[in-house]
Design a protein around this ligand. Structure first.
Ligand code: XMP
Length: 513
């Protein structure tokens, strides 16, 4: 295929996928590869340009990642970023040293407007710096094209050889005009025409999946969440009935959710796939009976989920591939590995190898959530599914404090349904990262129609967050909260009080358990 491509060579920096994503935002296909990819492979891939990422090392140390000098003679445009810029300087005979003053964070950089990278940028522009080393001397034939008071070579270039370098990170949003720089590198230096869009991702991925899977059988654990839904639809377009989706209804889903998922993916829906809905409510409720401790509840739900899934997989038999809706942030988070366990996450996308599979297929592994959503829309998945707020694998099981019973599930489902309905009616849903009702384990005295009541209290939660690692309680208009409270106490039997949770994360978490 003659699609234009930029290769990102990964030197261990934090923003490597972000660079690829920014290039894709310029409508140019981009892939991240390890820096050890090798010249032969690079020539074979015939990229329009190469970007070297940042990285934590010092280029002048022997053990740090290096690159063959010949890469600079291939005639392929190269942009070095941070460590990548120092690597370019060092490899070509310049000097890299510990900077007298390190720069971290937003920094005002003065740029040379005659550089093709900066022609559309303000003469002084805010860039994101994060470095302890710097280029002390540019290699022969290079000129400095940007500087700060303490960094004389914040960018350098040798236009004749199409080599460019920036000490700062154009890919992060704190570099206010970074997208313009990347755009001009990709179009004006690399000569790309912009022949890639999300629909190209869809067609290319479908082709690649067909090739890989051949006539094999594929199994997908479908939760109805965005990632597994998009992965399932991609696979169904690629291999139709060779795909079987198993949807486990554990009885801890939101109101009507099981039926909604079935309407889209079941036999009445638009996709040609084998869909198995396992109604395992009773099984989960009986395992959870009498259990109050949150971690124990999570573990029971996770383990039971796997049992159900495994049983179904065995019934289907001889499955070659397992599909997972893993997306890029999951890949980064699982890479960290050393942080304390706050909660044992159960995610139906993250099934262990409980059944024998030849291979795991993860078609969304390189995409960010909003890119996955774009793919979802491209595939014609209904908007309400594509823009769903996250919903945890253990479901309402961790939104019911204490023991889970069918009765409590009914209460929290009905309260949550009302809350979501009113939030949508008021038009505030787009501003919220996540919002839901939970059931506290508290009962208190109230009065209704001259009678004493002794019922549960529902807690409403709404948070503003972009990364879900930290969150603030969101400000919901008072009249909306009052309306929700009124409807819940009037319409949901067993509730006589409603609280609004003001806690941020930290110290709270988003879910209650
Ligand atoms: P917490 O409660 O840890 O939640 O602040 C952060 C985000 O993760 C979601 N969450 C889960 N997602 N399996 C999941 O797939 C889980 O076990 C799980 N627990 C929490 C939570 O909804 C929020 O978006």
């Amino acid at each position: 295929m003659n699609r234009e491509m930029i290769i990102v060579l990964d030197f261990g920096g934090q923003y490597n996928q972000l660079i690829a994503r920014r290039v894709r935002e310029c409508n140019v296909y981009c892939e991240v590869h390890p820096y050890t990819l090798g010249l032969e492979k690079i020539k074979e891939m015939n990229p329009k340009g190469i970007i070297f990422t940042g990285g934590p090392n010092s280029v002048y140390l022997e053990e740090s990642p290096h690159i063959e000098k010949e890469i600079f003679d291939l005639g392929i445009p190269i942009l070095g970023i941070c460590y990548g810029s120092q690597l370019m300087a060092y490899t070509l005979g310049g000097k890299v040293a510990t900077a007298p003053v390190s720069e971290y964070g937003k920094t005002e950089v003065k740029v040379d407007k005659s550089s093709v990278l900066f022609k559309n940028v303000e003469p002084t522009t805010v860039c994101w710096m994060s470095h302890t080393d710097y280029i002390a001397e540019a290699p022969e034939g290079f000129q400095a094209t940007a500087h700060t008071p303490v960094c004389p070579i914040a960018a350098m270039e040798c236009p004749e050889r199409k080599l460019y370098a920036t000490q700062f990170h154009p890919e992060v949003m704190h570099t206010v005009e970074g997208m313009k720089m990347l755009h001009d590198f990709v179009y004006d230096v690399c000569g790309c025409s912009g022949d890639w869009k999300m629909d190209s991702f869809v067609t290319t991925t479908i082709d690649a999946l067909r090739q890989k899977i051949g006539t094999g059988k594929v199994l997908c654990a479908l939760s109805g969440g965005v990632d597994s839904s998009v992965a399932a639809v991609l696979l169904s377009k690629a291999i139709g009935k060779q795909l079987t989706c198993v949807f486990v209804d554990h009885g801890l889903l939101r109101k009507n959710e099981g039926d909604e998922v079935e309407a889209v993916f079941g036999p009445e829906g638009p996709y040609e796939l084998n869909f198995i809905r396992v109604n395992a409510q009773e099984r989960f409720y009986s395992k959870l009976a009498g259990v109050e401790e949150p971690e124990q509840k999570r573990k029971i739900i996770g383990a039971e989920f796997i049992h159900v899934f495994e049983e179904e997989a065995k019934k289907i038999g001889a499955v070659d591939f397992l599909v997972q809706g893993t997306i890029y942030p999951d890949v980064i988070e699982s890479g960290l590995g050393k942080s304390a366990v706050i909660k044992s996450h159960h995610n139906v996308g993250g099934l262990p190898d409980c059944v024998d599979f030849k291979e795991i297929v993860e078609p969304l592994r390189l995409l960010f959530k909003d890119e996955v959503r774009k793919v979802g829309l491209e595939l014609g998945i209904p908007e309400y599914l594509v823009f769903r707020q996250p919903f945890p694998g253990p479901g309402l099981g961790i939104r019911i404090i204490g023991e889970v019973t069918a009765e409590k599930v009914r209460i929290v489902q009905d309260a949550d349904f009302i809350y979501r309905e009113e939030i949508a009616k008021a038009g505030v849903d787009k501003k919220l990262g996540q919002y839901f009702a939970a059931l506290t384990n508290m009962r208190s005295v109230g009065v209704m129609g001259d009678f004493r009541t002794y019922d549960y209290a529902v807690a409403l939660r709404a948070v503003a967050t972009s990364d879900f690692m930290t969150a603030e309680a969101a400000e919901i208009p008072w009249e909306v909260l009052q309306k929700v409270m009124n409807r819940i106490v009037n319409e949901v039997k067993g509730v006589n009080r409603v609280f609004y949770d003001l806690t941020s994360k930290p110290p709270g978490t988003i879910e209650f358990e």
